[in-house]
Write a protein that binds this ligand. Structure first.
Ligand code: UD1
Ligand code: CA
Length: 456
């Protein structure tokens, strides 16, 4: 019979070195907090339940992440890692295997954890260790002459010989709840930090003739914790490296993998090319042969095949049809839907508007709350005046409309199919189909007019 897994995530520590009012585990990598990353990985394991031990920062941690499927247990005083695990024990069934994770070690992978859980054979204790050239600060793995693990000694309690050991405790371990419970009850805090060390259960296990099976991991970043903003930034780079490698393995061409940020979920078609400093947030879907220029920010967008986004555009919550050309310097705001072959040019802002096939808005325009037909040409500087100071109003433009430059649409207003609007018009009434409409002051010239002269 295979045992069920229960996961305990330690997340009560203060994180003093972050120099922040925010509890350490709520700091963000990608678009998620450190703790969310760990919980997500925990969810990839077939665990029965996940218990998060929180403490520093009070209810802020569980309140912020209350949508996640975990059980929250408070450790009101941080008396050590052993004490922290004890807090979770009442929520774990007798026969479960307990897997201990850390809220500030975000890049651990579920495969590494599966191997660790598999090390709990015949009631052994599984311990994830790694070799570090510089082991400073970590607990050291002490082995006997038969190379069996006999105990862990913390940096602050280690003697000179022990300090030279390069094999360190990552903190990740897996063990039967029944065994763990007994050892936790035997822990004391007679050590240099006056804490109840989880690591002391190793020696207790050894004296109970329990085997310590160590596992390891190739990529050290998986077991690295975060204590300050420098480590947070380094971890962000490591995380981004993982994201861009996934993209490249799916065939995306990145002009520079070091200058792309993925802060969410990106799905891609074939032959996508991303130039430098593209930021993708939330859910981003890119079709086949999409090219995105330098400095583009995409948040929650669906972009169709063969779309070309030129540099420095910002997109939020929009759907872009196939073969559109957008930018440079365009802002596409929430609720925008572009059909195929639409062209949006520089300094154009589109908000909550539907624009049909083949229409063009190439220069310096604001189009908001608009339903626009196909093959419309919007001249430079056209503005939909959609807001009267209290409410938003719609502009409806038919198919094949030609709008001269510097036109203002005072919404609500309708423009019929095939209409032409003369440049500089202020449109306040319905524009009939297929006619020329002008809404501007007639030009006058005053014959014989003289410029005023300066009085001496
Ligand atoms: C711990 C290990 C050390 C290991 C290192 C790996 C112990 C005694 N030592 O040391 O062998 O090499 O991790 O990074 O376990 N926490 C609580 N409640 C507490 C104390 C800690 O939730 O009362 C949490 C912290 O928030 C942190 C984790 O446990 O996420 C580790 O605690 P920390 O104090 O950082 O342990 P280290 O001294 O780094
Ligand atoms: Ca630590």
């Amino acid at each position: 019979m295979t045992n069920k897994i229960s996961i305990v995530i330690l997340a009560a520590g203060q994180g003093t070195r972050m120099k922040s009012d925010l509890p350490k585990v709520l700091h963000v990598i990608g678009n998620k907090s450190l703790l969310e990353h760990v919980i997500e990985t925990a969810n990839e394991l077939d665990a029965k339940n996940t218990v998060v031990v929180y403490g520093h920062g009070g209810e802020l941690v569980p309140d912020t992440l209350s949508h996640l499927p975990v059980k929250w247990v408070e450790q009101s005083e941080q008396l050590g890692t052993g004490h922290a695990v004890s807090q979770a024990i009442p929520d774990i069934a007798e026969n479960d295997i307990v897997l201990v994770l850390y809220g500030d070690v975000p890049l651990i992978k579920s495969n590494t954890l599966k191997t660790l859980v598999d090390a709990v054979k015949n009631d052994a204790l599984g311990l994830l260790t790694v070799q570090l050239a510089d082991p400073t600060g970590y607990g050291r793995i002490v082995r006997n002459s038969q190379n069996q693990v006999v105990r862990i000694v913390e940096q602050k309690d280690a003697n000179e010989v022990e300090l030279k050991i390069n094999e360190i405790n990552t903190g990740f371990m897996a063990v039967k709840r029944t065994k763990l419970f007994g050892w936790l009850n035997k822990l004391d805090n007679n050590n240099s930090q006056g804490e109840y060390y989880l690591t002391d259960i190793i020696a207790l296990a050894v004296s109970d003739n329990v085997d310590i099976n160590t596992t390891s991991v190739d990529n050290i970043a998986e077991v690295m914790g975060i204590n300050d903003k420098i480590q947070l930034a380094n971890m962000e780079r490591q995380f981004q490296l993982e994201q861009v490698q996934k993209l490249m393995l799916q065939g995306v061409t990145l002009r520079d993998p070091g200058r792309i940020d993925v802060r969410g979920k990106v799905t891609v078609g074939k032959d996508v090319t991303l130039d430098v400093n593209v930021i993708m947030e939330g859910e981003v879907k890119l079709g086949n042969r999409v090219t995105i220029g330098a400095g583009v920010v995409l948040r929650d967008v669906v972009i169709g095949d063969d779309v070309n986004v030129k540099p420095y555009c910002v997109f939020e919550e929009a759907t872009i049809g196939v073969n559109c050309q957008i930018g440079p310097f365009s802002r596409i705001r929430p609720g925008t839907k572009l059909a195929e072959d639409v062209r949006i040019g520089n300094f154009v802002e589109i908000k909550k508007s539907q624009i049909d096939k083949g229409s063009k808005i190439n220069h310096l325009s604001y189009i908001g709350d608009t339903v626009m037909g196909s093959k419309v040409n919007i001249g430079a500087g056209t503005i939909t005046c959609n807001y009267d100071g209290a409410n938003k109003h719609q502009t409806q433009i038919g198919n094949d409309v030609f709008v001269g430059s510097d036109t203002q649409f005072i919404a609500p207003v309708k423009v019929g199919d095939g209409a032409t609007i003369g440049a500089g018009s202020t449109i306040t009434k319905e524009v009939p189909a297929r006619e020329l409409t002008l809404g501007r002051i007639r030009q006058v010239s005053v014959k014989g007019w003289q410029r005023p002269k300066k009085i001496k």
